[in-house]
Design a protein around this ligand. Structure first.
Ligand SMILES: Cc1cc2nc3c(=O)[nH]c(=O)nc-3n(C[C@H](O)[C@H](O)[C@H](O)COP(=O)(O)OP(=O)(O)OC[C@H]3O[C@@H](n4cnc5c(N)ncnc54)[C@H](O)[C@@H]3O)c2cc1C
Length: 467
């Protein structure tokens, strides 16, 4: 049956579109962290929507599961095939066409395989802005950021991916194509079906194209790295920054010394902009068109120093300096990957709870694994912390052995404060079971009902998301 399916896929898509050699499959069956891997019978790479539809239909007829994959940068194991299921990885990587830019409607229509950085460039070329920005933007794709409802560093001003999607084209688990590629800003004709596929992590269908919102470009940027006494000051800075910057606040990122230290140790060219280490740092950015963003930032910083919320500041004086400050923030994931074993927690809390959560959780984790290193960073304005853990001097093996207990303590503390165990990375295979413990029976029932309605045979990315 396997051989027959592979022949049919090659006949439908062309020989070069079906990969089966182990060397060719390797990069598709292991996730970005290198910690999660699986097996697959083939990777198929259709060139267009008709090809995706044909591949999905053929797999469905053979009862073979489909694992959609974009840039494979997801951090929840959602794009990695599971050895338990006979499956085909469906990569959108050949579908990279910008279909249309509409300067009047302020929309862009793109294939799902378009890389986020290319989408941003296409928007710039039309003097517009596509505002989503992530550390993985050089590799992650439109299909992936739609399917994980990605966030990133400018959510506080522009929202998450869900806020930027107007329409979708989706291949359903039986191979039919749903053409919801409408650029409409108003459409109250029943259920808003596109919302089902946003954040579904490929469990309900394969996104093949999207119509996205564009915004006015904001070429002027003012950026600074601030040294902060504690997380409480970072939280108190948020209303202060909003008040002083007239709606131009685009990023307010938190970084602890452990996280910055990893970047300084492992990433070539990284340099500490301050003479001495500080416990916490905040990266602030304002973006505007004709507004005096530098002046607004300066007045905000003066007010912050006066209130003793900030102990030192480095303001970027050029594009190069701005890029160097952002590299310190964006490089944390990569530095932690190079630095050895880690446990990632992508949690969100009511903003008012952030400081107490950080103060409380350290001791609870030390009870489990003394000296465990807290690599903490995130998006203060969204209440989103990447509360990651790295090995103490006792080593990686000790961290791995304690991982379930450490994670349970983090999640219990988050849930106890009304937070969520996944802010932006999704559930994938990694957090699927944990989610069952923190969601109500009603929520789990609803999730299972939606899955059953769209994918009754359970062939679309099985083992992911739905507990
Ligand atoms: C260095 C780094 C920084 C990151 N920073 C952030 C951040 O700030 N904010 C944030 O939200 N995330 C962040 N991420 C994780 C983020 O989820 C991904 O980078 C991105 O959203 C995934 O896109 P991708 O194309 O790589 O998707 P993949 O990893 O290929 O897939 C992710 C999920 O989407 C599904 N999928 C992919 N394409 C499709 C499709 N066409 N149709 C249906 N399902 C599909 C997959 O099955 C999987 O479940 C970061 C990751 C890295 C490595």
């Amino acid at each position: 049956m396997t051989r027959s399916l592979l022949h049919q896929l090659a006949a439908a898509l062309g020989d070069g579109a079906v990969l089966t050699e182990p060397d060719d499959l390797a990069s598709y069956v292991t996730d970005w962290t290198g910690a999660i891997s699986g097996t697959t019978m083939a990777v198929v790479r259709p060139a267009d929507t008709a090809g995706v539809a044909a591949a999905v239909r053929l797999c469905a007829e053979s009862g073979v599961a489909v694992v959609p994959q974009g840039g494979n940068t997801g951090l929840a194991g959602g794009a990695t095939p599971d050895a338990a299921y006979e499956n085909v990885v469906l990569s959108l990587s050949r579908m990279r066409r910008v279909r249309d830019v509409d300067a009047v409607a302020d929309t862009i229509t793109v294939d799902a395989g378009v890389v986020l950085a290319d989408l941003q460039d296409a928007a710039h070329a039309a003097n517009r802005l596509f505002p989503l920005s992530l550390g993985s933007e050089g590799s992650c794709t439109v299909g992936g950021i739609v399917s994980t409802n990605a966030g990133g560093t400018s959510v506080l001003r522009y929202g998450m991916m869900r806020d930027l999607v107007l329409g979708l084209e989706v291949v359903l688990p039986d191979g039919r194509v749903w053409d919801g590629l409408r650029p409409l800003r108003k459409d109250n004709t029943g259920y808003d079906l596109k919302q089902l596929f946003i954040g579904a992590e490929g469990t309900l269908g394969v996104v093949t194209a999207a119509v996205l919102r564009l915004l006015p470009d904001v070429p002027r940027r003012a950026t600074a790295l601030l040294a902060l006494p504690d997380v409480g000051c970072a939280v108190a800075m948020l209303p202060l920054l909003r008040t002083h910057t007239g709606g131009l606040l685009t990023a307010w990122e938190l970084i602890n010394r452990e996280a910055l230290g990893l970047v300084l140790t492992h990433l070539p060219g990284a340099r500490d902009p301050f003479g001495t280490p500080h416990a916490w740092y905040g990266l602030v950015e304002l973006a505007g068109g004709s507004e005096d963003v530098e002046g607004l930032l300066e007045s905000a910083l003066e007010a912050a120093v006066e209130r003793e919320l900030v102990v030192d500041a480095v303001v970027a004086g050029s594009r190069t300096q701005r890029a160097a400050l952002w590299a310190l923030r964006e490089g944390i994931s990569e530095a932690q990957r190079i630095g050895g074993a880690s446990i990632k927690h992508d949690v969100t809390l009511p903003i008012a709870e952030l400081a107490e959560f950080v103060a409380e959780i350290g001791d609870l984790l030390d009870e489990v694994l003394p000296g465990v290193r807290r690599v903490t960073y995130g998006h203060v304005g969204d209440g989103n912390l990447h509360y990651n853990l790295s090995a103490p001097p006792s080593g990686d093996a000790a961290l791995r052995a304690s991982a379930p207990d450490l994670t349970r303590r983090v999640y219990d503390a988050v849930a106890g404060r009304g937070g969520s165990i996944s802010a932006e990375h999704g559930l994938g295979s990694l957090k699927r079971e944990a989610a069952a413990s923190y969601k109500s029976d009603v929520e789990i029932d609803l999730m299972r009902s939606v899955k059953q309605a769209l994918d009754p045979r359970g062939l679309m990315n099985p083992g992911k998301v739905v507990p």
